[in-house]
Design a protein. Structure first.
Length: 293
């Protein structure tokens, strides 16, 4: 088992449980991670079962241990949430009573330097949530053309002012093989006063952009939200926790435009101030909920 102090702390657990409604059938946790939300669901609704999906095999192994006490009430599958419909069909499940998507990066991924997610830890440029896939951050940084890198920094990292400048410096400093070298290139591209004035670390936006591109995160969110209404039972609810404006915008538009869904949260729910103090990584979380009609 991992160090308890390093265990991922699931975000907005109480809000998730309260927003689910009543559960007596099957709940689909599309991003089960280390099992925190699933554990809360199973503990709160004694008659329900949970199917948990994740592309991260390390997280699934930890979830398996954490949830072992629930026996046959939980089924864990190594699969992307974009494959949710296919997984449910393989289990002879036609509809579920609830769906959860937690789109955040886990502590497990951030703390392991060899995964390459964190600019604060030196490691290889990887950033794959699913280590079976081919594309890595190294490929993007070292083989993509400057214009394409600039575009993802602008669109995915919302690095509006310096995207082209950062991309130019990245290309000029190839090969870049580690997170430390990438941070150095970003630092070289940004004026000192800009780095000093930013509230978050100056590499945050670039790492976010590359991670989103590596994992095709925004398109995957769009795909699962297209499928979700088809696998939700009547009155079943879908809950999505997002962590930046691009994801939240996609969720908001998908919920509003789908005739099969009724929006429950006109404005996103936010973590309590107490939770933000306990778990600072929750500060950017937004929870949106919709119900199948």
């Amino acid at each position: 088992m991992s160090d308890p102090e390093k265990r991922h702390v699931p975000v907005m657990v109480e809000e998730v449980v309260n927003c689910v409604g009543s559960l007596s059938g099957v709940f689909l946790d599309c991003t089960v991670g280390e099992g925190g939300h699933t554990e809360a669901i199973l503990g709160s609704f004694e008659r329900c079962r949970v199917v948990g999906l994740d592309v991260d095999v390390d997280a699934l192994e930890l979830a398996k241990r954490r949830l072992a006490k629930y026996g046959s009430r939980v089924i864990l599958k190594h699969a992307s949430y974009t494959e949710a419909e296919k997984v449910l069909q393989s289990l002879a499940i036609s509809h579920v009573d609830g769906i959860l998507l937690d789109l955040g990066v886990s502590t497990l991924q951030l703390e392991k330097s060899e995964r390459g997610f964190a600019f604060a830890r030196n490691g290889p440029l990887d950033m794959r949530m699913n280590t079976d896939q081919d594309l890595t951050a190294f490929d993007i940084v070292n083989t993509w053309p400057e214009s394409r890198i600039a575009r993802i920094l602008f669109e995915y990292g919302e690095e509006k002012r310096f995207s082209k400048r950062i991309a130019r410096v990245i290309v000029a400093n190839r090969p870049i093989v580690s997170t430390k070298e990438l941070v150095a290139a970003i630092s070289k591209a940004l004026p000192y006063e800009v780095k000093r004035s930013r509230r978050r670390h100056f590499a945050t936006k670039v790492f976010q952009a590359i991670r989103i591109a590596v994992n095709d995160e925004l398109n995957n969110v769009r795909r699962v939200l297209e499928v979700a209404p088809n696998i939700l039972a009547k009155s079943g609810r879908i809950l999505v926790i997002s962590f930046h404006s691009l994801e939240d915008r996609i969720v908001k538009q998908a919920f509003r435009s789908c005739e099969q869904l009724r929006v429950i949260t006109r404005k996103p729910m936010l973590p309590s101030s107490e939770e933000v103090v306990r778990n600072p990584r929750s500060r950017s979380a937004k929870l949106r909920v919709a119900e199948r009609i």
